[in-house]
Write a protein that binds this ligand. Sequence first.
Ligand code: MLT
Length: 269
Amino acid sequence: MAIVNIAGAGLWVGDFGSGPPILLLHGFPLDHTMWSGQIDALCVTHRVIVPDLRGFGQSAVTRVTMTMERFADDLIYILNALSVNEPVTLCGLSMGGYVAFEFWRNNPGKVRSLVLCDTRAQPDTPEAARGRLELAERVLGEGTCAVAEAVLPRMFAPRTFEREPQVVEAMRNVILKTNPQGIAATLRGLSERRDSRPLLAAINVPVLVLVGSEDVISPPGEMLEMAAAIPGARFVEIPEAGHMAPLESPHTVNHELLTFLESFRATPL
Ligand code: MLT
């Protein structure tokens, strides 16, 4: 574990195992614990770097709008601070995927491969962006309950709510503990994120596109379209999982991740 200091702000970063580096980027409004089912499985063969993005988990909070570019810039500082000089696999879920697209846009030479989990390439519609700005005001006025109520019902598949309510409760606790300022700053940044669809056809590293079959936020049909636009991308649907596929079906997701990582490990850069 390390605290990486960026201009006086400390960012918490987990750093486990050794081997080719893989960065796991959490979704909104969560923290690194959403990857708790992946870290042990991946760190047998890889160096697993798992930050709490600025404003989340144990990282410093900011009132400045957190655009996806700002999060991606933080990753560059983190990699430098941890002396990671080789290209990395970026594995991002939902907002983590938006950040991965921004990282790719400005630093393609630093990317070994991409795993795009339950994410979207398109920007918000004007209505969705307005909804985010309203939620940002509400979370500042009413606290994090407002955001937990808004997002949790759509995050998981029905099977998870029925059979593994503790998984839902763990994420509720993460949200409730998060600083409302950080959530509001990120909601503003999410509302103005760029369209990443124009990037897709030029992605020339191995890509795994992974989605829960019951994801209602980034639905399988939309993710299949994204995968079809990326040359050579592998598309995998995880049965009976929702938007949080890595938490809901860790064994299946780990199998897919390890198979993908192994598929190009021996290929020279
Ligand atoms: C996430 O899981 O990161 C969110 O669903 C992203 C979003 O609200 O667009």
